[in-house]
Design a protein around this ligand. Sequence first.
Ligand code: OOG
Ligand code: MG
Length: 262
Amino acid sequence: MKLDRDTIAKLAAHLEHCELEARDTHKITDDHPDMDWDDAYAIQDAVRQRKIARGHRIVGLKAGLTSHAKMKQMGVTAPVFGYLADYFTVSEGAEVKCAELIHPKVEPEIVFVTKAALTGPGCHIGAVLAATDFIMPGIEVIDSRYRDFKFDLKSVIADNTSASRYVVGGRIQPPSEVDLRTVGVVLEKNGVPVAFGAGAAVLGHPAAAVAMLANHLGARGQEIPAGTLILSGGITEAVAVAPGDHVNLRMQGLGSVSLRFV
Ligand code: OOG
Ligand code: MG
């Protein structure tokens, strides 16, 4: 750790204010160029504690930057991990208020729900599939608090990996019913297909993203508990949205899920 506790608390407050007030900021590594990975996750954890202290619940976890399309779009090279708070949840077909967000984008994701705990190090795809209760389609709405969506890995980790809203829905299936590598996704905006992909875009197999998350937590003495909802990461590039847009995700054999932006 390079940052002291006061600095971590101050940066967490700053990033959370930006989130709650929908205003952007320059990236925090501009002022703290030698902060390390532990500092970045400590800031993310401090933001999480602020939410819990206000009575919010953590309702899921996420992996991000798990596909080459996303890494290329954002100019970074490694996956990152974050969490979902209760108020990020949007019901199927419901409205997302753009006024509450800075510059939202949507991305198609395969969502896992676990029925057994997953523990690292050494967690692998087989362990993830054995511990998965079901999978379903989800759309993540990301909204980096950084100006023009430009960041480096440490800044985006501190900013809870741009997490802001998500919707899950469609049809649920046990993982044995779906080939998670070849499952196809089509993301439509206002009825027009705008992004396409297959599950293998995420680290060769989306369960690998969940295994990485378990190993990441294992290195910190934590695990993925049973009953956890996990976004495994955008399969395609993220697509910008604006008020009036309708977004629909079709996932092969898993139905569809949609959102409206107002
Ligand atoms: C970081 C979050 C990426 C994903 O699924 O790749 C992410 C960002 O691109 O702002 O959630
Ligand atoms: Mg995502």
